[in-house]
Design a protein around this ligand. Structure first.
Ligand SMILES: Nc1ncnc2c1ncn2[C@@H]1O[C@H](COP(=O)(O)OP(=O)(O)OP(=O)(O)O)[C@@H](O)[C@H]1O
Ligand SMILES: [Mg+2]
Length: 266
């Protein structure tokens, strides 16, 4: 195995707040790597530092040994860092296929129309959205939107795909689909780094887990090991008297949607 992505000493301050504080990790080629931790732990900020949406106060990001730290988000995308967002924002009046085509063209400047179309169609196939290709993006369900978001990111031809809570708001059955989707992306040879609160999803997907708390790395390791770590239990999973965020139904359905989920599962 070889290291594909390295974050070294990443820090980001917002005024007096150290949102990310000296975070380092390495991701191996072909790995599915999870970042977990309580709300406000600095997970999204870390991903933003990696993708170039934010400029770090300190630290560096390298992809295949190439230092990306001074590159813009677009340049990092061209270098092979793909990104799907916590809040899905497709172009609503374009079809699914057109949205994915934009990803293909954005990811590789100067790509021919024919190559972009081939790449877009492949991304649609991998994400199971070929049947939605001619639909307007604004007509999609949440799960379909998430598939589109991943298809669009995949069409940029990433070496590493960064996913921020793509399972949020999904019903349990949909979350299981999403797990299969992320696996098929990895089977395409794409390394995946994802942020997730739904613990069964983390358990099922992650080869390794980085746990953050208060902007720092609390620990890192296999799911089975980090979830036994007393510090992780106290900071995130909850003590015996707290409800741990490990229930798919509770975690995958937003408050108020549980009735829907129950109906759906019945
Ligand atoms: N642009 C910003 N300006 C000021 N503070 C910010 C900004 N972005 C994030 N923060 C703060 O930085 C901290 C880390 O936020 P971040 O969004 O990275 O957390 P997170 O781990 O992704 O949380 P969640 O699980 O809720 O998505 C929080 O205290 C947040 O309020
Ligand atoms: Mg976040």
């Amino acid at each position: 195995m070889s290291v594909v992505l390295t974050a070294k000493g990443l820090s980001k301050r917002f005024g007096g707040l150290a949102a990310v504080d000296d975070v380092s990790f390495e991701v191996e080629q072909g790995e599915i790597f999870a970042i977990i931790g309580p709300n406000g732990a600095g997970k999204t900020t870390t991903l933003n530092l990696v993708s170039g949406l934010l400029v770090p106060t300190a630290g560096s990001v390298t992809l295949h040994g190439r230092d990306l730290t001074t590159l813009t988000a677009a340049e990092r995308c061209h270098a092979g860092l793909g990104r799907a967002f916590q809040v899905v924002q497709p172009f609503p009046e374009m079809t699914v296929r057109e949205n994915v085509l934009v990803g293909a063209m954005f990811g590789t400047p100067g790509i021919s129309r024919a190559d972009a179309e081939r790449r877009a169609d492949h991304a649609l196939e991998v994400t199971g959205t070929t049947n939605l290709a001619e639909r307007d993006a604004e007509e999609l369900t949440l799960m379909e939107e998430k598939r589109l978001e991943i298809a669009r990111a995949l069409a940029t031809a990433p070496t590493v795909l960064l996913l921020d809570e793509v399972m949020a708001g999904l019903r349990p059955a949909e979350a299981r689909d999403a797990v299969r989707l992320v696996r098929s992306v990895r089977d395409e040879g794409v390394t995946v780094v994802f942020i997730e609160h739904v613990m069964p999803v983390v358990r099922d997907l992650a080869d390794r887990v980085l746990v953050m708390d208060y902007g720092k790395v609390l620990t890192e390791g296999r799911y089975a090991d980090v979830t036994k770590d007393q510090r992780v239990i106290e900071a995130y999973l909850g003590r015996d008297d707290d409800a741990p965020p490990t229930d798919v139904a509770a975690a995958a359905a937003p408050a108020g949607a549980s009735g829907d989920a129950a109906e759906d599962e019945a």
